[in-house]
Structure formats: C-alpha cells, structure tokens
Design a protein around this ligand. Sequence first.
Ligand code: HEM
Ligand code: HEM
Length: 207
Amino acid sequence: MNNLDLSSRTTSADEKRLRNSTATYGLIAVLFHWTIALLFIAQLALGYLMSGDDVDPALQFNLFQYHKSIGFVVLALAIPRVIWSMLSTKPHPPAGTGRVAHIGARLAHAALLFLTVAVPLAGWAVVSTSPLQIPSYVFDIVVIPGLPLEISDASEALWTDVHETLAYLAAAIVLLHVAAAVWHHVIRKDVTLKRMMPLVSRRKSAK
Ligand code: HEM
Ligand code: HEM
C-alpha cells in the first residue's frame, strides 16, 4: 500500500516536471524549444549561404539536400510542438512586466509557432512545384512525396517568394525575441530565460 502511494506521488512530481505550470516551462516545452530553435537558426544560415551566386554547383546541390532534410525534421517537430503549446498552461509573466510587453511577447511567440510550421511547408511547396522534380530525401532515409500543387516555373517562383519572405520575417522576429530574452536576463535580471533552461530545477518552481 505504502509502495503504491509512493509511486503515485512520484508520477505526479514527474508530471509536474514535464508539463508547464504558471511558474515555469516544463521539460517537454523546453526540449521542443531548444531543438527547434537550434535547427531553425541553422536553417536560416544554411538557406542564406546555399543561395549565394558564387557557390560551387556540386556543393550547392549537397547543401540544398541538407537544407531540405533538416527542414522536414523541423516540420515534423514543429507540428506536435504547436499542439503541445496550445494545450499547455502559459507561465505567468515575471512580476513587473508591463501589459504592452506581455502582449508583445505573446504575439511574437504565436508568430514564431506559426512560422516554424509555415516556413518549411512553403519550402516543401517550392520543391513540389519545381519543373526539375528533384526527389526530396530526409538524409537519404525516406523519400518525401511532393505536395499536390501545379508544377510550373510561375508556381515555383511564387512559392520561392513566399518561402523567402516568411523565412526572413521569422529571422527578424527571432532577433527581437533573442534581444528581449537577453534584456530580461541581463538588465531586468528576472527568471524569463532561466525558466526556459533545461538544467534549472523544475520541481521547486512547479506549482
Ligand atoms: C526550418 C525551416 C526552413 C528555413 C528557416 C528555411 C530558410 C531558407 C532561407 C533563409 C532560404 C534562402 C532564401 C534566399 O535568400 O534566397 C531558403 C531557400 C530555400 N529553401 Fe528553405 N528553409 C526551411 C525549410 C525548407 C524546406 C523544408 C525545404 C524543402 C523541402 C526548403 C527549400 C528551400 C529551397 C529550394 C530554397 C532555395 C530557393 C531559391 O531558389 O532561392 N526549405 N530557405
Ligand atoms: C538563442 C535563441 C533563443 C533564446 C535565447 C530564446 C529564449 C526564449 C525564452 C527565454 C522564452 C520564454 C519566454 C517567456 O517566458 O515569456 C522563449 C519562448 C519561446 N521561444 Fe525562444 N529563444 C530563442 C530562439 C527561438 C527560436 C529560433 C524560435 C522559433 C523559431 C523560438 C520560439 C519560441 C516560442 C514559440 C516560445 C514560446 C514558448 C513555447 O510555446 O514553447 N525561440 N524563448
């Protein structure tokens, strides 16, 4: 009986560490955040570098394949992450955060959640509409079929514009987002960045 009680207490403490509370982000949100953030920033850099005019064509081909592979991984992680985020409690802003700053942060988070799905989807549309029809592999493991869209130069040009515009819009929001995180940590010295860190104890701050 005692054992049963103990195991149910452990489960509930573990659950608290995994899920968000009004005080902090849970481990699942933290792992989603940093995995997607690192891959997304790498993709912005890779996309920019591989699209340069003076890149060797053989290297450029390989970089495109890596860009597509990593992009599909981001998409596969971003969809469950959006659902998890929508179902989760949102940690309250740290004491002293103004209303405008709070609304601004919420809008930026919503935009970033949307863009981590929309940017790779638009990239997928680029390769699906390209008359070249180069197969898209995820690291030579699985082939991803094209989206059911019109295949033509005009359609490819349109989706290329959408992909680029959304990617650079995301880059601008990420810059503001990172600046805000640094400002909270260095100037305001509050818990904003710490509660998104994987090694900070969640048990104490979880409510
Ligand atoms: C995490 C998601 C992604 C990000 C952040 C991203 C970002 C970028 C960026 C910044 C560029 C350079 C735009 C330019 O300056 O010309 C680019 C180009 C490109 N991306 Fe992505 N991308 C992502 C996912 C994907 C996916 C999933 C695919 C395809 C399956 C893809 C296909 C392409 C292609 C084909 C180009 C070259 C377009 C051109 O002809 O200029 N991207 N991407
Ligand atoms: C070095 C880069 C980054 C840092 C330091 C950082 C920091 C943070 C911090 C401290 C929070 C919690 C904010 C709060 O409680 O109000 C947060 C949340 C969030 N961040 Fe970042 N971030 C970075 C990169 C990114 C990137 C690249 C993306 C997406 C492309 C992103 C998307 C989000 C989202 C959507 C949230 C809301 C929480 C959630 O739904 O999981 N972040 N970030």
